[in-house]
Design a protein. Structure first.
Lengths: 949, 149
């Protein structure tokens, strides 16, 4: 049962509990809100009267502006789960205090105001907190799938809460209903703890840092100025604002009529609760049954007229007869359309605005404009009632005037909207992923399609991207024109899209296009004809039997793609024998080695699609092909088939820069199954260095626990080049799989070892610099020059470079322990030439790393001369400045080949026979350059000896 | 014949490799070829395909465009550098004015090396950006001085 439900609702494994929790959470929050809202409305109306309602609107606007600002400021400093917990406790406590005040009848004149404002704030804060939590619980992909379902929880909560209030208010009295809210809120605290423990808590810090980084890239311009500069955004703000003002006026009329007719406070609470639920149901029905259709058939702009027209009908009714039915009519018209068609329309209106501008402008419109308009609505009502002395039904006149302004704004918005969209298409600032909804808009679709008539290849391809998943008969004629377009890519895509349309038939053109020079067009033409034939399998067989090998090849590819799109075809079609027969027929004409390149690629792609192991031999042959394009396709096939026999050639291809990325991806497809084999290659000193260096990245692509363990094993490797690649691979896992755990203890040890190496190199560097001063045989350096002979200078430079690299490695390792992006930014600061950036970075590191690491690392970052680092080196690692002989021997006998080479060269230049034995040993070193330099040094020392002798 | 490390010492002074680490220079050294050119021999002609850059170890090379000498390269000078980065034909003729020893880096080998060693690519790009910045600075100063009364 659970499995079926999960499939219907598209809930994947391990998402079930958190979805259920979050659904319940919002259900309880909205249900509690639907309980307190009717209580508030009835209480305030019966206690202080309808005439004070406008003042309430103003007070709510002012106080929520202030509270939301303070809340936003405070929320940045505290962990989200604590924040929600504390605010929930505060809400529960205040609800209990309110209950006490109601019960003990302690309420003074101030209380209705406080209660009214409190409920408004509760609504804003509790729902905001919920969505903040949801953003941490679900990643972007999950959110796309599950937010609809979670939103349904809110609607269900609204319906439930309202009806519950309607049912219980007369039985328990309004005050006692607050206890139900307390109960609901207590449940949300338990849910919060469960959700946080199970999902949201992991990677919280990383996500916070990621958000900070994301906002760093945003434009720094004042968002108000952004709105003022864009006529589109200005109009949008006006539309939102006028909607809120009218909503206030409507709310006033509705509340005034209801409180006039229903005198009993508990009955009034029940009435408000009942109609709040009904409103939720009305919104739900309009949303499900009307919104999509209206947007599709009438477009965004016309859809924006529904709300004002609905309110107009209600306003006229209230003006004619201010009874309960007319009050309900105006409220249902306003509430029903506002949360459905109008909301969807407004969301779509902002789509053409570039994302960075949109994000900032939207928050201003949603919060600031909404609040401001609420306040203005209150002031207008005060003027209308207290100054102009209008009766409730006469408020309709003001509403009608505002509706006329509203209508004018919508008309003005039309031109602006289409214009903005046109600009967005030209600048390609529209996100294709967002477009499926947008292109259902009738007016927009037409203006977009106009671009298909042009001759701008880039723009046409972009439009085709946008409408790829839209099936609309209005598109078909435009696509038909593109079948003869000069660019083959456009011809092919037009054919592909046209196969979805019944009304337009381009079979004659498709038949001609089978003879097209472009293989892709050929494939799509065959595909089109097969789809239109009604029996894809039979039609394909005809083309597969064609005498023309190019058509046969295209048919094979077409068959492969069809199976990929519709696996059902595979059951009617034996793809393996199709390929076998095809290969045999082509082989009659030429042997496989001499197949055309494109044909080989097609065959490889075909095998990738059918994932048949029967053609492994063929793939092996293709893996030895001379053409890079064929190799790439064959490597992809090998990765898709995942036969062990491909591992060796794939590893071999890692050394080829042109296909290394493909080989890496293909090997990663094998997952942990080949981890041991990869480890063997990595350890094998006989294997090519290029291959060994590229293996850690392959392992990292898996991102599994086993991969991390494997890479950890190599952290103790002495070979610096290989260890560097291992650390880079671990960094890659850290970035791509932020929830993966790393063994911190071992990491600490490795970092300390790297720091010690840094200090050790520093002592050698210091010695070399000092000796350069002392030795008179070396020329005096100029400003900024290194001291000593060319060999000494080279060695000094090489050591400095190694120290820089060691520093990079230390930061990479820190990135595995702390937030990777923070550490990276700090590293950029440390390596910067700007003193202030460097100081800030050191300060930052000083604040985040552990005490032990701090002790070792900070002196290293905080000093500028080799000399000043000697003392901490001695204190922390007992490192003393070596003698020249000892220092150079350290390098010659060390594991870093490049330092070894530079030291050998230096020794050769010194002609010092004290190193002769060490040098002699290295003359047969496996590394060609080490051996060559040792030979050179040996010759120099020997020559000197001979001269001496 | 120069050893690899001697080539590295030589390459350290090549402008375009100023920001390339010594270890990365050893990889570049590995793809260089030492060649000897007799006096008056042509290294390449104007209009030839650009396929390599050269460094003068010994001797001197005259670079001429349409017969006029553009410069004379001496020991440690480099010529034909841009061959490594674009496909435009040679704009000068390079002729040995003395017996020469040259180090040659073939474009094909260099591009392959760049693919394998990110550090070299970074070093070369850094140098190019520095050049571009100084060029922009120079143009900016000239524009300022022209626009000032």
């Amino acid at each position: 049962m659970g499995r079926i439900l999960r499939r219907i609702l598209d809930i994947r494994e391990q998402e079930g509990f958190k979805t259920l929790f979050m659904f319940s959470y919002i259900f309880l929050i909205i249900a509690s809100l639907m309980i307190v809202k009717p209580i508030r409305n009835s209480y305030v109306l019966t206690e202080i009267g309808i005439e004070k309602l406008p003042l309430m609107f103003v007070l709510v606007a002012v106080s929520s502006g202030a509270v939301v600002y303070l809340y936003a400021k405070f929320s940045r400093k505290i962990r989200l789960n604590y924040l929600i917990f504390f605010t929930s406790v505060i809400f529960i406590s205040t609800l209990l205090i309110f209950w006490g005040i109601f019960k003990l009848e302690l309420s003074g004149k101030w209380f209705p105001y406080v209660f009214y404002i409190w409920v408004s704030l509760y609504g804003v804060i509790s729902t905001t907190q919920f969505w903040l939590l949801a953003n941490y619980v679900f990643n972007a992909r999950e959110a796309k799938r599950l937010y609809g379902l979670i939103g349904a929880g809110a609607i269900a909560g609204g319906i439930f809460g309202g009806y519950l209030t309607n049912f219980l208010a007369p039985l328990l009295t309004s005050a006692n209903l607050l206890f139900i809210c307390v109960f609901f809120l207590c449940c949300t605290i338990i849910i919060l703890a469960a959700v946080w423990r199970n999902s949201a808590g992991y990677g919280y810090r990383e996500r916070i840092s990621a958000q900070k980084r994301a906002t760093k890239g945003e434009i720094s311009e004042n968002p108000f100025r952004l709105i003022l500069r864009s006529s589109h955004l200005k109009l949008l703000a006006w539309l939102v604002g006028i909607g809120v003002v009218v909503a206030n006026l409507v709310d006033y009329q509705y509340s005034a009529v209801a409180s006039e007719i229903i005198r009993d406070p508990n009955e009034l609470t029940a009435f408000f609760g009942f109609w709040l639920s009904n409103l939720s149901i009305a919104s739900l029905f309009i949303q499900v049954l009307l919104t999509g259709r209206v947007l599709k058939s009438m477009g965004v702009i016309k859809s924006l007229f529904f709300l004002p027209l609905g309110i107009l009908v209600g306003a006229v009714a209230v003006m004619a007869n201010p009874a309960l039915w007319s009050a309900i009519l105006i409220k249902v018209s306003e509430g029903g359309f506002k949360q459905s068609i109008n909301k969807a329309g407004l969301e779509l209106l902002i789509m053409p605005i570039p994302a960075l501008v949109k994000n900032r402008a939207k928050s201003i419109i949603d919060v600031f404009v909404d609040n401001l308009a609420t306040g203005i609505g209150g002031i207008i009502l005060i003027i209308l009632i207290s100054v102009a002395g209008l009766a409730v039904k006469e408020i309709s006149i003001a509403i009608i005037i505002l509706l006329m302004i509203w209508g004018y704004l919508v008309v003005k918005m039309r031109a602006e909207y289409v214009n903005s969209f046109r600009k967005a298409i030209e600048k390609r600032t529209i996100n294709i992923d967002d477009q499926s909804v947008n292109l259902n808009d009738a007016s927009l679709l037409e203006s977009v399609l106009e671009n298909l008539k042009g001759d701008n290849d880039r723009q046409i391809l972009h439009i085709l991207d946008l409408i790829e998943n839209v099936t609309d008969d209005r598109i078909a004629p435009y696509l038909q024109n593109l079948v003869d377009y000069p660019l083959p890519e456009i011809r092919a895509r037009a054919l592909r899209m046209l196969s979805r349309y019944e009304k337009i038939d381009v079979r004659e053109s498709a038949k001609k296009l089978i003879g097209d020079n472009n293989q892709e067009v050929k494939i799509e033409a065959i595909r089109y004809l097969c789809v239109k034939s009604g029996d894809i399998s039979s039609a394909l067989k005809i083309y597969l039997g064609s005498e023309n090998p190019h058509i046969r090849a295209a048919a094979v590819m077409c068959a492969a793609r069809e199976i990929k799109d519709d696996p059902g075809i595979a059951s009617r079609f034996d793809m393996t024998s199709t390929l076998r027969e095809f290969l045999e027929s082509v082989k009659k004409e030429t042997d496989f080695k001499h197949f055309r390149k494109s044909l080989k690629i097609n065959i490889a792609e075909f095998i990738t699609t059918i994932e048949s192991k029967e053609f492994n031999q063929l793939i092996n042959e293709l893996l030895e092909d001379d053409s890079i394009d064929v190799l790439k396709a064959a490597i992809k096939s090998a990765g898709a088939i995942k036969a062990r026999e491909f591992v060796k050639p794939l590893v071999w291809h890692l050394k080829n820069s042109e296909v290394a990325v493909y080989a890496r991806e293909a090997l990663a497809e094998f997952g942990d199954d080949i981890l041991e084999t990869l480890k063997e290659y990595f350890r094998d000193p006989a294997a090519e260095m290029k291959i060994r260096q590229r293996i850690p990245k392959v392992i990292a692509l898996n991102g599994s626990k086993k991969a991390i363990t494997a890479l950890y094993e190599f952290l103790s490797l002495k070979d610096y080049q290989l260890r560097y690649q291992v650390i880079k691979a671990l960094n890659m896992i850290r970035i791509n799989y932020p929830l993966m755990k790393f063994n911190q203890r071992l990491l600490g040890k490795v970092i300390l070892a790297e720091i010690e190496d840094y200090y050790r190199l520093n002592t050698v560097l210091f010695m070399l610099n000092q000796n350069a001063y002392r030795t008179s045989v070396y020329f005096l350096p100029g400003p900024g020059q290194l001291h000593g002979s060319r060999a000494r200078r080279l060695l000094i430079r090489a050591i400095q470079e190694k120290m820089d690299r060691a520093q990079e490695i230390i930061f990479r390792l820190l990135g595995l322990r702390y937030d990777a992006h923070d550490i990276y930014n700090a590293y950029l600061g440390i390596t910067s030439n700007q003193q202030s950036l460097r100081a800030n970075a050191v300060e930052f590191i000083d604040n985040i790393i552990s005490l032990d690491l701090k002790k070792h690392l900070i002196p290293m970052l905080d000093t500028f001369t080799t000399g000043s680092l000697l003392e901490p080196g001695e204190k922390l690692f007992r490192l003393e400045v070596p003698t020249e002989k000892y220092g150079i021997s350290l390098l010659i006998n060390g594991l870093d080949n490049w330092l070894k080479i530079c030291a050998l060269y230096f020794v050769g230049e010194l002609k010092n026979d004290a190193y002769l034995d060490s040098v002699n040993e290295l003359r047969n070193n496996m590394d060609r350059v080490v051996a060559e330099t040792a030979e050179y040094a040996f010759g120099r020392i020997e020559g000197k000896e001979r001269r001496n002798g | 014949m120069l050893t690899t490390i001697e080539k590295v010492i030589f390459l350290q002074d090549v402008d375009i490799f100023e920001y390339t680490s010594t270890e990365d220079l050893s990889y570049i050294a590995a793809i260089t070829t030492e060649m000897e050119i007799k006096k008056n021999d042509i290294v390449y002609n104007e209009g030839d395909i650009s396929d390599a850059m050269y460094m003068i170890i010994d001797g001197a090379v005259s670079l001429r465009r349409k017969g006029a000498e553009v410069m004379e390269g001496k020991v440690k000078d480099v010529f034909g550098t841009w061959a490594l980065f674009d496909d435009e034909p040679r704009v000068v003729t390079a002729r040995a004015v003395e017996d020469c020893r040259l180090l040659r880096i073939l474009k094909e080998d260099f591009v392959e090396l760049l693919g394998d060693h990110v550090g070299i690519t970074q070093g070369v790009l850094k140098k190019m950006v520095k050049r571009l910045r100084s060029l922009v600075g120079t143009v900016g100063k000239e524009t300022d001085s022209r626009s000032s009364p």
